[in-house]
Ligand binder design. Structure first.
Ligand code: GLN
Length: 280
């Protein structure tokens, strides 16, 4: 079949996911999207079979990123598998905030709950003077992050640590994190396609969704942030007030809640107060 016909066929078969047709055809054939128009050719039987297999899996609900094994984030390619959450476009707001703030400063950055590594690796790529450390609780997850660091040609460090159990070592200027922030009940009550494929551990923020913010703000940050160090969190769009309040109670200053391009609260940043006179 010639590729132009195939595109509309695949779009139809994918139903509500029709917008993914070009990505699938490119993956299976090696043709770029401009090739579809500028250098169209017949699609081989093998390629057709590959495409059909992908469509079948996709139509049963599996996210395309897991089927193909990679996704795009901040214009870079990241490998993903069932051990890691699929990077969301929402999270680009967090990365853009941190990258804009850091510029070319020489700072040490800790990415807590790095997963695929997409946040820390993007920061390392875009802020060449930042020393970035990627932290997660399992070797399986860190091996995905390692592959992604290599794939994107950045030099970063890795720490395996379950922050709910222990405080990581080191001193940092910045803690950045997109921790699990969905309320436990919500994950299990929805007929939730997300949690049937993606790791629940990467989503479950405890009964109120705030468990990881609480731990980082109340315990971890105090131990490992330098004086005047800063935190930057991704948050669920209803969590801005709660996380800000937690930061205020723990003596952070300059607390800001920032929105994503859809207008939802998405990022909170704050600075750990320093100096003995600040609260007088
Ligand atoms: N934004 C993700 C979702 O809605 C959740 C990510 C997280 O818990 N950190 O599925």
């Amino acid at each position: 079949m010639v590729v132009s016909r195939l595109r509309s066929e695949v779009r139809k078969q994918l139903k509500e996911n029709g917008h993914e047709a070009d990505w699938i055809i490119s993956h299976a054939t090696g043709m770029s999207q401009s090739d579809f128009v500028m250098n169209p050719r017949e699609v081989t039987d093998d390629e057709m079979q590959k495409i059909n297999e992908i469509i079948t899996r996709r139509n049963s609900g599996e996210p395309l990123q897991y089927i193909l094994g990679y996704t795009e984030f901040m214009g870079m390619t990241f490998k993903v598998n069932e051990d890691t959450l699929i990077p969301r476009q929402d999270t680009e707001t967090l990365v853009e905030t941190v990258v804009t703030g850091l510029g070319s400063k020489k700072v040490r950055v800790l990415d807590i709950g790095t997963g695929s590594g997409c946040i820390g690796i993007s920061i390392a790529k875009l802020c060449p003077n930042a020393e970035v450390v990627l932290l997660d609780y399992s070797d399986a997850i860190l091996s995905v992050a390692k592959e992604n660091a290599e794939l994107n040609g950045v030099n970063v460090e890795f720490i395996r640590c379950d922050i709910l159990e222990e405080i990581p070592k080191g001193e940092y200027d910045i803690i950045v994190s997109n921790p699990p922030y969905i309320e436990t009940d919500v994950i299990f009550s929805l007929d939730n396609i997300v949690s049937s494929y993606e790791p629940v551990e990467a989503l479950d923020g405890g009964f109120d969704g705030l468990m990881f913010y609480r731990r980082i703000i109340e315990e971890v940050a105090k131990e490992i942030l330098k004086e005047d160090g800063e935190v930057a969190f991704e948050i669920g769009y209803t969590q801005g007030d709660d996380v800000s309040e937690m930061l205020r109670e723990e003596d952070f200053s300059n607390i800001k809640v920032l929105r994503d391009p859809c207008g939802n609260d998405r990022v909170v940043t704050a600075r750990l107060r320093s100096g003995i006179f600040h609260s007088i």
